[in-house]
Design a protein around this ligand. Structure first.
Ligand code: NDP
Length: 310
């Protein structure tokens, strides 16, 4: 039987994905009619990313079996009450690798104080020897698909790594802090990495109170979601010097407006949501594998829990 698979994502994605998706479905033994313009009531599977504007009315898709998000973060989809079928989010190997590279690079930048050497070629010989990684504390909020991969990679560089998540985790060389021990974790973090999804429980998790629990001079990396941070509280902590620096990849409003204070702040680095990206070749394999799983009654990969919102 041929499955009707609709691709509802920005037009330039279609050029990147259509060939990879067709190939991956073929390899998975699936017969699919992949198009951008299937009528809603003919669609079996919907490959989807929100494009802003009004929410999609999923109730028009009356034979839909599942929605397959091309994004890892699904905060814009889980709130859509018309979605009644399973939703999977995207974690492909390319996205995982990209995030590991971004996090390791920025952790090393902070650890080795690379900026100091790049920006102060002053002619003054002033050696400042950094500690070894084993003496540097890096903490992760979120130990999911991406958080675990990044925490393990940073631990493999010899950093002293700890992490926090909703449920208990056992990760080699990563000290786990349970749900009620956030303050205990924060007080150890010289570098804090945010890899939480945006949900009701995580919005503004970095606020005046939690920032105060970090040691003076802590640095923050946020490749998770902008609204994890109370921006006013972070700017105040940066201005007071309590937080030494923040590297922010994600923001409440994207693109970050030109007059946003983060752009001009001397102790903030803005990166334009490039920490990681769904890669068509590996993402197409994930999509095809999940369609195969749905069709054969197996549990899909990265199924979103509508109750927790991630
Ligand atoms: P996962 O859903 O796999 O992991 C989320 C982690 O957060 C889990 O460890 C989960 O705990 C934990 N968590 C969620 N809610 C809470 C809470 N209230 N208290 C404590 N812990 C909590 O997500 P991923 O690792 O795949 O991705 C993380 C986020 O990264 C995405 O949601 C997305 O927003 C962002 N992202 C950003 C990209 C970029 O380019 N900047 C690219 C891709 C993703 P538990 O394990 O117990 O469930």
């Amino acid at each position: 039987m041929t499955l009707n698979v609709a691709f509802d994502a920005p037009a330039d994605n279609w050029n990147k994905y259509s060939v990879a998706l067709a190939r991956a479905c073929d390899r998975a033994g699936l017969s699919v009619d992949l198009r951008r313009d299937h009528p809603p009531d003919q669609v079996d599977y919907l490959i989807y990313t929100p494009r802003g504007g009004p929410m999609l009315d999923f109730s028009k898709f009356n034979r839909l079996r599942a929605v397959l998000s091309l994004w890892a973060g699904v905060e814009h989809i889980v709130v859509n009450d018309t979605l009644r079928v399973p939703l999977t989010r995207m974690v492909d190997s390319g996205m995982r690798e990209g995030m590991v590279e971004w996090v390791c690079a920025h952790v090393l930048r902070y650890h080795l104080d690379i900026d100091r050497n790049i920006t102060s070629q002053s002619g003054i010989w002033d050696p400042q020897i950094p500690p070894l990684a084993r003496n540097r504390q890096v903490g992760f909020l979120g130990l999911g698909a991406l958080g675990q991969a990044c925490a393990s990679a940073v631990a493999a560089l010899n950093f002293n790594v700890s992490g926090w998540s909703q449920s208990q985790k056992s990760i080699a060389n990563v000290t786990f802090y349970g749900r009620d021990s956030l303050a205990d974790l924060l007080k150890t973090c010289e570098i804090l990495v945010l890899l939480l999804p945006l949900t009701e429980g995580t919005e503004n998790i970095v606020n005046a109170q939690t920032l105060a629990q970090l040691p003076t001079g802590a640095r923050i990396l946020n490749p998770g979601r902008g609204a994890l941070i109370d921006d006013i509280a972070l700017l105040a902590a940066l201005n007071s010097g309590h937080i030494a620096h923040a590297t922010l990849d994600v923001f409440r409003t994207e693109p970050l407006p030109a007059d946003d204070p983060y752009w001009a702040h001397p102790n903030v680095t803005v990166t334009p949501h490039i920490a990681s990206e769904t890669r068509p070749e590996t993402a197409a394999q994930m999509v095809a594998e999940n369609i195969r799983r749905f069709e054969t009654g197996q549990d899909p990969l990265f199924l979103v829990d509508r109750d927790t919102g991630y």
